[in-house]
Design a protein around this ligand. Structure first.
Ligand code: BGC
Length: 762
């Protein structure tokens, strides 16, 4: 590999993939994807025919899926049923190389070597290739690619290569492949183009510049078409050709705003810096993020250290504190699965990371929920409820975007009920708001947006939990996190979270009245929240059914769960596919088999609802019944087991969660499963380290596996940053910046002051 493009060669930081296989390529493209929360790009190879199918027979599967996405660029493609989906923008990394009229597609020659690396420390994708083409001509080349974390509009590609022959007629074309797909052109100039989506009337502009140098001397391109450069020359053996391509992207959400000047300005900015300047600024931005977010474990298996870095890499790549109009889809910006839709994954699985290490990103994600409140109000009203019921799947406007039907493996249509019934999302959003507020004390956010979300979701639940003849209030016809059981009554997760949500709504009013009485009165008036309605909320808090048996401390997952057929999951331990595929949907529904953490997720979120031995009792009961049919499951099991001191079980689940996207399984073909990555981080930091950001003071209650010599990370807490290192029975805490504060370490409250490292034995 040529210098300057060289990676750090540090296996803790660099993921390496050798070779190319149509069977795993799709997963490699997801796993090594680049992102900065605005732009996301799959790690497809720059020289290829583009999208590739594995087979024309049977069902079609993508082998290679070159895609670049822009957050928030949604439109309704021509799908049935019609749901909004992310519209891809041009694949700006593609080049075409023609040697003596032979187009090189990297298909029928011989790879002498082919390595792709994701350097997570620097946020760059590196590729290195040696390829024997027709007539024995050897091409040696490498590529560096990034989407800038320092300037989110910017992408960079540096491609170098040489041939081992003289006198070959070479043609190199740098283009913007698949530009404007599914969009209408607005402007097609030489260096900047703009398109608009057909239905949603958003616009996107891309600007680019490309330079080719032969042994350092620029060659003049032909510019036959917008955003296309063609160079022709005769080869000299060993001569190094270097292509530098800068690309900039801008999105606008209304046609009145022209994104083209924004993209052009960004291009001028980057050209002034030059590619080395763009690279340096990007590396500095990543370094700053790693300083704040790295998690270092000494003594753990390499896979766990690698997995938590991989998680932090993708979590950092997915968020954008500068854009309140977008959130993070279930696959980030790394693939098309779930069309870019946003689920509870963001609030429950990702947000703890952002709250603890990057609160500015957490705030923007919560503001997305604030801006989509109108959609949530409309959904509640359409279903006959008050307040705000958030979309189970949300895109740009906040309206419900869950497809109502999908085609199953046997060609049959399956109704998807989650859009109507998986309502716990509203409490999950409220939970995230409260968590952010507790950890940051961000008064501006709370007064301007957070309180309103808490009140409107509380209001929804009070209207949803209907008083019945038994004197209790029930929430019927829902789906809990365990989606194997549909249309159930009184799902414990939903009901306990709903009760908690209503209680926080009432508390939010207290907070507002105490701090900003005028604003409190104005908000209640604007929402037309009267005393009788608040009295009804108090009644709901008191009377919502929870399924708790006070004698055993066990929650019944939903009414009737205990009566279902017990299923010994250990008999299916060797299965390679989800349990519902093995035993069929109907039997799954009739059985006590849980898709993913449900009551166990409740233990993680609301530990106070499980006093004494109750947490352990519920974990013991539900853990063997869980089939982990979702990537969301293992991390939360690890977190709960770690807090309970069940270290071996916790480590087993952590390894399971860690393996999910690092192994090249088919499920990551449609993008990395970012919620699972959030779960990995949570299991380590909230589980093993026992970090607690929800109390009046910052808490830490470590229970490290004995083989871990130390665990170090940083956490943000109310305008401060604290560096924490747990080693054996010693905890060290250092205030990196901010005012002196208190910290509770394994139950004892201690003072943290600037400049001194606090050392506590536990
Ligand atoms: C899970 C949901 C999750 C969704 C998107 C589903 O399989 O059951 O909990 O929100 O995937 O990740």
């Amino acid at each position: 590999m040529m210098q300057a493009l060289e990676s750090t060669h540090d296996s803790d930081w660099v993921l390496t993939h050798e070779g190319y296989s149509v069977l795993t390529e799709n997963a490699v493209e997801s796993r090594f994807a680049l992102g900065n929360g605005f732009m996301g790009m799959r790690a497809s190879r720059p020289v290829s025919r583009g999208p590739t199918w594995v087979s024309w027979q049977g069902f079609v599967r993508w082998a290679s899926w070159p895609r670049c996405y822009v957050a928030g660029l949604f439109d309704r493609p021509n799908t049935v049923p019609p749901v909004p989906a992310l519209v891809p923008v041009a694949d700006w990394s593609r080049v075409r190389l023609v040697l003596d009229d032979n187009s090189q597609l990297m298909m029928d020659g011989e790879f002498l070597s082919s390595v792709r690396q994701l350097d997570m420390r620097r946020g760059i994708l590196l590729s290195d290739l040696s390829y024997r083409a027709h007539a024995g001509i050897t091409i040696n080349g490498d590529e560096l690619r990034l989407v800038s974390l320092a300037d989110r509009a910017v992408g960079l590609q540096v491609l170098r290569f040489s041939l081992d022959r003289n006198g070959i007629d070479v043609m190199l074309e740098a283009n913007f492949a698949m530009a404007g797909m599914g969009m209408e052109p607005l402007q097609l100039d030489r260096d900047v183009c703009a398109w608009r989506t057909e239905g949603s009337h958003k616009a996107v502009a891309m600007a680019g510049s490309a330079t080719l140098r032969a042994d350092g001397h620029p060659l003049a391109p032909e510019r036959s078409f917008s955003l296309r450069w063609i160079w022709r020359w005769r080869s000299v053996a060993g001569q190094v050709l270097e292509l530098d391509r800068l690309v900039t992207v801008a999105r606008s959400d209304g046609l009145a705003d022209d994104p083209a000047p924004v993209a052009s300005d960004a291009l001028a900015r980057s050209r002034a810096l030059g590619w080395r300047g763009v690279l340096a600024a990007h590396e500095t931005a990543w370094q700053q993020h790693w300083d704040a977010s790295d998690v270092i474990i000494e003594g753990a298996d390499d896979e766990i250290q690698e997995a938590v870095r991989f998680a932090v890499y993708h979590l950092t790549s997915a968020a954008n504190p500068e854009d309140e109009s977008v959130s993070i889809g279930a696959r980030g910006l790394t693939g098309d699965a779930y069309f870019g839709h946003v689920f509870w994954d963001t609030e429950i699985y990702l947000l703890p990371f952002y709250v603890a290490v990057w609160p500015e990103a957490a705030r923007a994600l919560l503001m997305y929920r604030y801006h989509t409140l109108p959609g949530a109000r409309a959904k509640a009203a359409a279903m006959g409820y008050r307040g705000a019921l958030y979309a189970w799947e949300s895109a740009d406007t906040g309206e419900e975007t869950t497809p109502e039907r999908v085609v199953g493996p046997g060609g049959e249509t399956i109704d998807i009920l989650t859009g109507r019934m998986e309502q716990h999302i509203s409490a999950d959003v409220a939970y995230a708001v409260w968590q952010y507020w507790r950890a940051t004390g961000d008064e501006g956010f709370f007064a301007d947006a957070g309180a309103e979300i808490l009140l409107e979701t509380a209001r929804f639940w009070a209207s949803r939990a209907v008083p019945e003849a038994d004197g209790k209030r029930h929430i019927r016809h829902v789906i809990g996190p365990d989606e194997y059981h549909e249309d159930v009554d009184d799902n414990a997760f939903t009901n306990v979270m709903a009760r908690w949500n209503i209680a926080r709504g009432l508390e939010a009013i207290e907070v507002m009245r105490a701090r900003w009485p005028d604003r409190a009165a104005a908000l209640l008036e604007r929402l037309a929240l009267s005393e009788p309605e608040l009295a009804d909320w108090r009644d709901a808090v008191e009377h919502i059914v929870t399924g708790l048996d006070p004698t055993t401390g066990l929650y019944e997952q939903f009414a009737g769960f205990y009566k279902l057929e017990p299923l010994d999951l250990s008999l299916y331990a060797d299965r390679k596919v989800p349990i519902d595929v093995v035993i069929g949907r109907e039997r799954t529904q009739r059985s006590q088999v849980v898709k993913q953490a449900d009551v166990v997720a409740l233990i993680a979120l609301l530990p106070d609802e499980f006093p004494g031995a109750a947490a352990k009792a519920n974990f013991r009961y539900y853990e063997p019944r869980c089939a982990h049919g979702s990537s969301l499951s293992a991390g939360i099991h690890a977190l709960v087991a770690a807090r309970l001191g069940e270290t071996e079980i916790a480590l087993r689940y952590l390894r399971h969660a860690a393996a999910a996207d690092l192994e090249l399984d088919l499920n990551s073909a449609g993008g990395i499963r970012i919620a699972g990555l959030g779960g990995v981080w949570q299991a380590i930091v909230l589980g093993f380290a026992g970090l607690d950001l929800t109390g009046d003071i910052l808490g830490l209650d470590p229970k490290l596996p004995p083989q871990w010599r130390s665990l170090s990370f940083r956490a943000r807490w109310k305008d401060r940053s604290v560096a924490i290192r747990i080693a054996g029975r010693t905890v060290e805490a250092r205030l990196v910046n901010g005012q002196p504060m208190e910290m509770r370490i394994a139950g004892a409250t201690r003072k943290l002051t600037a400049g001194a490292t606090l050392q506590v034995s536990i």
